[in-house]
Ligand binder design. Structure first.
Ligand SMILES: Cc1ncc(COP(=O)(O)O)c(C=O)c1O
Length: 367
């Protein structure tokens, strides 16, 4: 079976580097805030070209802590995408703010700036775009809107480490940007982890305090915070992968190019569209097809794994319908009904890619 993603550690050089880094951590006896975490933060800040990078325990925490650090809470509205992983909206709810969904662009599946503009009210405090599947939202338009309406911009970069658009790298141009090191992300750990990038000294200081029980001085707690820290062993893994992340992203892009070239023109399949100014890093390669169940079944029979990211947009999630009632966002709903993700990971070789394509070809011929 060709899996959707292969997280086993097959790169021998990478494995050796991680094993030796982990042995050094075992020998040092420092497992929480140690030199690997500090070095990783510096290295990510340098990679993104941002002043501060603050690590934490997950991408979900990164979003939650950022909203708290920016003082967003009850009475505030945060405009976000209805077509993302649930964590994006959970973070808004954790701080007691109100999520407001704006529909997505039908080509990139990221927030549509015109829909965002229409959703702005006197209570709007922030816009939270999601760089879905590894493709950046239209940050030029969103930054312009935010500036005009005095809104904060928080990027959800969980799926987009290394993505770019119009010369801007994801996570570098906003009030804060939140990353996930969940194992299947483009820059993944061997467990949970996250990071916030930001430019402001005050926001970074606030985040460091919040991550560590509201404390910067041992056993003195200026506010109530959380236990949300990255550990040394995860930092060893992420540091080793960071050195290789551009090559990994290029490999994902090569696979995506081959898929798209072969799928274009196949009836009943719409390959993902990359914006001309985008460097899409393909955390997922997600096509649209009107009869998803049939294609998914046929691919499974040809030993190709697929997944649906995501079958239910957030405004239709039971937990939110219960609070806010029913809402209609036609583009997100149409995409959620038709989307199907194919296997993509840097180690997927040409033979594997051709096997996937042959399976799709056979499936669509039958249809
Ligand atoms: C778009 C998006 N936002 C947030 C998250 C949450 O990240 P984590 O799983 O590290 O908490 C994820 C990933 O799971 C994600 O895909």
């Amino acid at each position: 079976m060709i899996p959707l993603a292969d997280l086993s550690l097959t790169d021998h050089e990478l494995r050796a580097e991680i094993e030796s880094g982990m042995r050094a951590v075992f020998d040092s006896g420092r497992f929480i805030s140690g030199p690997n975490v500090a070095a990783l933060e510096d290295e990510v800040a340098a990679y993104l070209g941002v002043k501060h990078a603050v690590s934490c325990a997950s991408g979900t925490d990164a979003l939650h802590l950022t909203l708290r650090a920016l003082d967003i809470g009850p009475g505030d509205e945060v405009i976000t995408s209805p077509f993302t992983f649930f964590a994006t909206v959970e973070a808004i709810l954790y701080v007691g703010a109100t999520p407001v969904f704006a529909d997505i662009d039908p080509h990139t599946f990221t927030l549509d700036p015109a829909a965002v503009e229409a959703a702005i009210s006197s209570a709007t405090r922030a816009v939270l775009p999601v760089h879905l599947y590894g493709q950046m939202a239209d940050m030029d338009a969103l930054h312009e809107l935010a500036q005009h309406h005095h809104l904060k911009v928080i990027e959800d970069c969980a799926q987009a480490f290394g993505a770019r658009r119009n010369g801007l790298i994801a996570g570098s141009g906003s009030d804060a940007a939140c990353f996930s090191f969940f194992p299947s992300k483009n820059l993944g750990a061997f467990g949970d982890g996250g990071l916030i990038a930001c430019a402001s000294d005050a926001v970074a200081a606030r985040l460091r305090e919040l991550c560590n029980h509201g404390s910067t001085q041992r056993y003195v707690h200026r506010r109530v915070g959380y236990n949300s820290r990255l550990d040394e062993l995860q930092a060893v893994v992420v540091r080793a992968k960071l050195k290789r992340v551009d090559a990994y992203n290029d490999a994902r892009r090569r696979i995506a190019r081959r898929y798209t070239q072969a799928l274009e023109g196949l009836s009943g399949i719409t390959p993902p569209q990359e914006h001309p100014a985008a460097y899409h890093v393909y955390n997922q390669y997600t096509l649209l097809t009107p009869d998803r169940a049939t294609l998914q079944r046929a691919l499974h029979d040809h030993r190709v794994a697929t997944a649906v990211h995501y079958p239910l947009p957030l405004h239709k999630q039971p937990a939110l319908v219960e609070r806010y009632g029913r809402q209609q966002l036609p583009v997100a709903e149409a995409v959620a009904e038709r989307c199907l993700s194919l296997p993509i990971y840097p180690e997927l070789n040409d033979a594997g890619v051709e096997q996937v394509l042959a399976a799709i070809q056979a499936a669509t011929e039958i249809a």
